[in-house]
Ligand binder design. Sequence first.
Ligand code: SAM
Ligand code: SF4
Length: 474
Amino acid sequence: MQAINPRPLYENEGTEQAAFQRAVIEQLKSDPRRPKSFYLSTMGCQMNARDSEKLKGILLSIGAREVPEDQEDLVIYNTCCIRENAEQKVYGRLGYLKSVKRKNPGMKIVLCGCMMQEDTVIEKIKKSYPEVDLIFGTYNLYRFPELLQTVLETKDQIIDIWDKQQEIVEDLPSVRKYSFKASVNIMYGCDNFCTYCIVPYVRGRERSREPENIVAEIKSLAESGVKEIQLLGQNVNSYGKGLENPISFAKLLEMVHQIDGIERIRFMTSHPKDLSDELIEAMGKLPKVCPHFHLPLQSGSDRLLKAMNRHYDQEKYLNIVRKLKETVPGISLTTDIIVGFPTETREDFLETLKVVREVRFDGAFTFIYSPRIGTPAARMQQVPEEESKKNFAELLKVLEEIGEENNRQWLGRTVLVLAEEQSKNDSTMLSGRTPHNQLVHFVGGPRLIGQMVEVTITETTPFYLIGKQKNLLD
Ligand code: SAM
Ligand code: SF4
């Protein structure tokens, strides 16, 4: 069972828009046509997960309850478009929902998220999926109450897609997945235009939130019992640059560090090109900042890094790693890697493996390159799928070997685990994370969820650790 914080949290940036949407929520609460149940499916990254917390907050506020099957009053797919197979999954699901809606014609189908910002997707849905009731994008999520009300009043398909963000509106209900840890957006969008990536086209230009608003939100989270904060942005290292009073990400970390009640601070994602010495020093001197750094490599080949428009080379990346390891001894490093980027040769791939072996990553999100229409890389010379798959399998094997060796060093050591939930396959076990972000399973009851628990590691695998509560061992 998931720990749910049932109290809707109101974020701090009040605007007229937010007040209007809150008034619509009040009206919907007493509207007999409102959905009584909803199913929400979230695909993709932490940004989408955070957006879904907002959608869920709105739906719970109007009195709808969440259900585990996409067959009842309202079905929402919060979509991702980072790779093509994420999109295929949505079309597959829509095919299935067609038949469900035939049996339950009152059901409303809603699509939102990154995929909806693509013109080709909207055309296809308009043409082939008339049973979809509402489509909106990433910039106008806050209008969901108003759009939902419109859907209840018409049989037409409603499409509301904006091509850019007008204003940051956040003063709306949001229900956090956990009551003891929370993600907080510090910025939206991305200006980097890596040549393979669709994010800047579907999430827009980089926009930072004011530090005072971020701090106020985290203070209110801390007061409600949140111990761990994850600061979210596509490139947190360039946080604050566009603000009227520019401020660095390291300074923001210092401000968050001062908040009573917050015990752990994490952040993602850091782009190597903007990583400052100031941030590395802050990591060394702020004990609440966890000793874990997610630093996407993408490729070890200088030629490909250039073609990807990443603005760093292998040497710069390894220098950052060296500084991080010196400043925060024992730091855990994780990364993102793409295999099969256009024109990748075996030599390019071997450069990636070289960096992987040198850095000895504790974990990696690995991707086979997927061409995204409209991005420059989709027009470059593609590499045979068979080659990419072979290299990808080799990369996974090397990462697994390293993960196993890294994790073995934790055998017998005691770590502080923030217990998050009961394990999926065994209800006598709890799962949680260490400061280094390792996943730990240990025997324990649900009353420990949300607590910091001392766990001694008794077994290791390449991907997670198994342990026993220290006080039960003594
Ligand atoms: N902003 C983050 C950064 O630059 O590190 C990453 C955000 S993106 C949602 C997560 C990861 O998806 C990227 O780091 C990249 O490895 C992967 N990715 C993005 N576009 C891709 C594509 N077209 N094919 C395969 N993987 C892709
Ligand atoms: Fe995509 Fe690059 Fe921006 Fe990350 S930094 S979101 S990979 S364009």
